[in-house]
Design a protein around this ligand. Structure first.
Ligand SMILES: [Fe+2]
Ligand SMILES: [Fe+2]
Length: 267
């Protein structure tokens, strides 16, 4: 079930939750940035596309959108992209060379005249706002690029800072800190398992770069919007990930036990 709310004036959230058995609930967010050239940040899940489009229409006339910022090409981010591009010929997708390449292997490739390529560190000015692409320190897809919106000061972090939670509130600031941090560490072990193998000094330097950003708000794809002051707390969560327990999913024996109703219901 998709719902919408306003994160801050000019920025709406279109959100749904995925309940993952044994792990918790995960927010799946897309964002609408209103302005002279409205931007949609990601396009929801493939499975929930119809519901997503209905929710999108409740916060903006999709014909008014000018840009989709595609943080990466996973199924929880590209759900309504093809439908929106088909319906609105002026709409273009901000992505990377690799993003175009991966979508070229799908049934809905991106036309070259519908994309705008941006690499981490580069900025793009869209009428009244400038966005600087940011490669977050953890990610599950090499295409990943979040961005800092200089107009609102919001950091859009893609999958980074997501959290598996008992239940998902509308504001990450309402979460108990232990619940939030343990949920962020768990999510990062699931979504970015390679972090267990990193050189911790190199990883620490990447985290320090992130600490230097002072956003007004952090908008992750998988966490409710959070006050910018929480960024340092989030970075502290990521610093725990290399030494955290590795995630190992249920195996066939566990699946058969679940199917037989021998284990409890999902968290
Ligand atoms: Fe992802
Ligand atoms: Fe995601």
């Amino acid at each position: 079930m998709t719902s919408c709310f306003t994160a801050t004036p000019g920025v709406d959230v279109i959100t749904t939750n995925a309940d993952i058995p044994g792990l918790g609930s995960l927010a799946i967010n897309a964002f609408v940035l209103h302005g002279a050239e409205p931007i949609l940040v990601d396009t929801g899940t493939v499975a929930g596309s119809s519901d997503f489009l209905t929710s999108l229409e409740s916060v903006i006339n999709p014909a008014d959108l000018r840009w989709i910022w595609l943080t990466h090409t996973d199924f929880d981010h590209i759900g309504s992209m093809a439908a929106l591009l088909d319906a609105h010929p002026h709409l273009r997708v901000i992505t990377s060379f690799l993003g175009v390449g991966i979508m070229g292997l799908s049934s809905t490739p991106l036309a070259m005249d519908r994309v705008y390529l941006v690499n981490p560190g580069q900025s793009v000015t869209l009428a009244d706002r400038t966005l600087t692409a940011v490669r977050p320190p953890v990610y599950d897809n090499p295409i990943t690029s979040g961005f800092l919106d200089h107009q609102t000061g919001i950091l859009f972090s893609s999958d980074c800072f997501g959290a598996l939670l008992p239940e998902v509130p509308q504001d990450a600031g309402d979460l108990d800190i232990d619940t939030l941090q343990s949920g962020q560490v768990r999510w990062a072990t699931v979504d970015s398992a390679w972090v267990h193998n990193v050189d911790r000094d190199v990883f620490g330097a990447a985290l320090d770069e992130l600490r230097a950003i002072e956003p007004t708000m952090v908008c992750s794809s998988h966490l409710p919007p959070a006050p910018g002051a929480m960024l340092k707390l989030f970075v502290d969560s990521l610093a725990q990930v290399p030494g955290a327990d590795r995630f190992i999913g249920p195996d066939q024996a566990a699946l058969e036990m679940m199917l037989a109703g021998m284990v409890g219901s999902p968290a």
